[in-house]
Write a protein that binds this ligand. Structure first.
Ligand SMILES: [Zn+2]
Length: 477
């Protein structure tokens, strides 16, 4: 028997950990809270990265790299920033065997060091906008960790931009939120809700934080990426000023935005099923696996020859491999590749070779219904077409699942029920105490105030006060 995972329907949390480990996405590191991203997981991340990097460049950004170590005093310059991050900081106090004069922080995020450099680099309006992204690791000391979802060290990208006026900075904040929404839906096949964070949930030091929120397979929410508008907060803390066209000295307006390896966890949780991973074809490290089936040595030679030829033909369009391992039976291989989430399996047996056919089996539609026999001479088109179908069907399925578990409760008791079942979309008065009370009563938080909502007025779902906006409430990772 192939290595089995705990069925998702039986124990979601154990299923998640099983899938991540057995599909060889990641493993635990010796230091608590850290993880090792294994080649299969890293390849998934690389594909996600490539799609994002392309979009960043298309929107005018360039990549750079800033140091891991940041002087403690930098973190302390922006009051809300230090308050928000100090409980999670890892601090270096000894270097080269000597106590350091000033402790160094391992970056939890890079606003401060980048702000320091921007103050040096920006002199005039001609230097703006400055649009830099960095791919890096960050460390935030976490007490309760889970592979990919919450780890002390994680990989991410952080974009940091500086602009000559408020309007451009606000536009940038929204542009990058849209870039994230596009990458999530088009590449990861994950539908997301774009929205603003409440005051209590926003980034430490931001004027406004925006998020894309997704519903996981257990109907909890996952914040999948964020984009922050800082106004002139960091510009004032780091004295980033420029001479405008009227020759007046002004502070710049800044933004930052980030997406992390958490997104790999989202892909596992949104698409996976009882038997394991289900990967969206655009990001899958292996999009199709060819499994030759034989009984005799003679058959083996014939089917493997066809399988290899098939791989060569497909290789320019599809990430494909052949599983010709002798030591495992075809059934075992089917289960193994299913557990690893490979979107499409191509089966070739002696009869298929004779008839010049192959069988395509979709990972997202197990059993007979997901199988089709296709002629070998047009297999490129069949495979590419199937992969597209799988990509859009995964998105559609996730969207329907979210819609089926999003409720508009009529009163607070229905609301409590709703957030235990999925997302609740409700009027909210905007009061932080009211928000805190909801969290205490239900352990649901405001995931976001959706950007796409009808303007109007209603009564707050908890306190009944006048409300001007609806919010999405859910239990979250
Ligand atoms: Zn209220």
């Amino acid at each position: 028997m192939a290595d089995k995972v705990t069925p998702r329907s039986e124990d979601y949390s154990r299923w998640y950990t099983d899938v991540v480990q057995k599909a060889e996405l990641a493993d635990y590191a010796p230091v608590k809270g850290c993880m090792v991203i294994r080649p299969y997981g890293y390849s998934l991340w690389e594909n996600l990265k490539a799609g994002l990097d392309r979009r960043f460049k298309e929107t005018g950004h360039v990549n750079a790299y800033f140091p891991l170590l940041i002087p403690m005093s930098y973190i302390e310059k922006e009051a809300e920033h230090v308050e928000g991050f100090s409980p999670e900081l890892a601090v270096v106090t000894i270097g080269g065997g000597k106590k350091l004069e000033e402790p160094l922080v391992i970056r939890p995020t890079s606003e401060t060091i980048i702000g320091h450099m921007y103050a040096k680099w920006i002199q005039s309006y001609r230097d703006l906008p400055l649009l830099i992204n960095q791919w890096a690791n960050v460390v935030r000391w976490e007490m309760r960790t889970r592979l990919f979802l919450r780890t002390t060290e994680f990989l991410w990208q952080e974009g940091h931009t500086a602009h000559a006026n408020q309007k451009e900075a606000e536009e940038e904040t929204m542009r990058m939120l849209d870039v994230y929404a596009a990458a999530a839906s088009e590449d990861a096949a994950i539908p997301v809700i774009r929205g603003r964070k409440s005051e209590s949930e926003k980034f430490a030091g931001a004027i406004a934080s925006y998020t894309i929120e997704a519903m996981m397979g257990d109907r909890r929410a996952l914040q999948s990426a964020t984009s922050h508008y800082f106004g002139q907060n960091f510009a004032k803390a780091f004295d980033i000023r420029f001479l405008d066209e009227a020759n007046e000295l002004q502070h710049v307006w800044t933004t930052s935005w980030g997406l992390s390896t958490r997104m790999v966890g989202a892909i596992v949780m949104v698409h996976g099923d009882d038997t394991g991973l289900v990967l969206p074809p655009r990001l899958a490290p292996i999009q199709a696996v060819v499994v030759p089936i034989w009984k005799s040595d003679e058959e083996r030679t014939a089917v493997c020859r066809v399988a290899e030829a098939l791989k060569t033909r497909l290789a320019s369009q599809v990430r494909v491999c052949v599983d010709a391992r002798d030591e495992y039976a075809p059934g075992w291989k089917f289960n193994d590749w299913e557990m690893r989430g490979v979107p499409l399996r191509i089966e070739i047996g002696p009869r298929d070779v004779e008839q010049k056919h192959a069988v395509l089996a979709r990972r997202d539609a197990p059993g007979k219904q997901g199988k089709t026999s296709v002629p070998l001479d047009a297999i490129e088109d069949s495979v590419v077409g199937k992969l597209d179908e799988i990509q859009s069907s995964l998105y559609q399925r996730a969207l329907e699942f979210r819609e089926d578990h999003t409720y508009c409760p009529k009163d607070y008791s229905e609301f409590k029920e709703a957030v235990s079942e999925g997302f609740a979309e409700s009027w909210w008065c905007g009061d932080a105490d009211c928000e805190a009370q909801i969290k205490e009563d239900t352990s649901a938080t405001i995931r976001c105030i959706p950007l796409d909502q009808e303007r109007g007025r209603g009564k707050c779902i908890r306190c009944g006060d006048e409300a001007a906006e609806r919010a999405i409430f859910a239990r979250a990772y």
